[in-house]
Write a protein that binds this ligand. Structure first.
Ligand code: FE2
Ligand code: FE2
Length: 185
């Protein structure tokens, strides 16, 4: 039985991934435009939005997976040494690595944004060395998240509808909502 979208954890988790992908694309694109000398203040807004998403929404999403999803999946595991069990562990390690990268990137990106003038197109030389660091870290985040989300969407999330009953899935969705301060109707 399928549930309404707001009660289906798969829909909520994949929705967060989509939004993350949008922000990561915007960051990589912003770096490219700034290198080309075609950046302007609108990029500062896009970068700030992405930073906010990484700082506020991504820790919640990581908690959704670590606190609401992984323990339930582990409770159903028959073999603690299986490839699936290994993947669950791998996901948590990625989260720890990504949280560190977020902090570094946040500092770099804030310095870069402060260098973007209110008017006109900043020259590349006026943005260095922060721009080089920004592009390197944005690419690193993009690449790690791409493989992380691939594993989750290909190997982990499909198990949701196989392993959990609709009532269990609704319980998970309720926790995700409560984590964000609202209740499921
Ligand atoms: Fe994750
Ligand atoms: Fe995820």
């Amino acid at each position: 039985m399928s549930l309404s979208p707001e009660r289906e954890p798969l829909v909520l988790l994949v929705g967060a991934h989509r939004e993350l992908k949008r922000h990561l694309h915007a960051l990589v694109r912003a770096g490219r435009l700034l290198v080309l000398g075609r950046g302007d203040l609108s990029l500062a807004t896009q970068i700030s939005r992405a930073l906010r998403f990484l700082a506020v929404d991504m820790p919640l999403h990581a908690r959704d997976e670590e606190e609401s999803l992984l323990p339930r999946l582990r409770a159903k595991l028959k073999d603690a040494q299986s490839h699936f069990a290994y993947l669950l562990e791998h996901i948590e390690k990625d989260h720890a690595e990504l949280a560190q990268l977020h902090t570094q990137f946040d500092q770099t990106a804030r310095k870069l944004v402060a260098r973007i003038p209110f008017e006109g197109h900043p020259a590349r030389k006026d943005l260095e060395p922060d721009l080089k660091l920004f592009r390197g870290q944005a690419n690193e985040l993009f690449n790690i998240y791409a493989s992380h989300m691939l594993v989750e969407e290909r190997d982990i999330f499909p198990a949701l509808s196989i392993i959990f009953t609709p009532a269990e899935r609704e319980d998970i969705a309720r926790e995700l909502a409560e984590r964000r301060g609202y209740a499921l109707a």
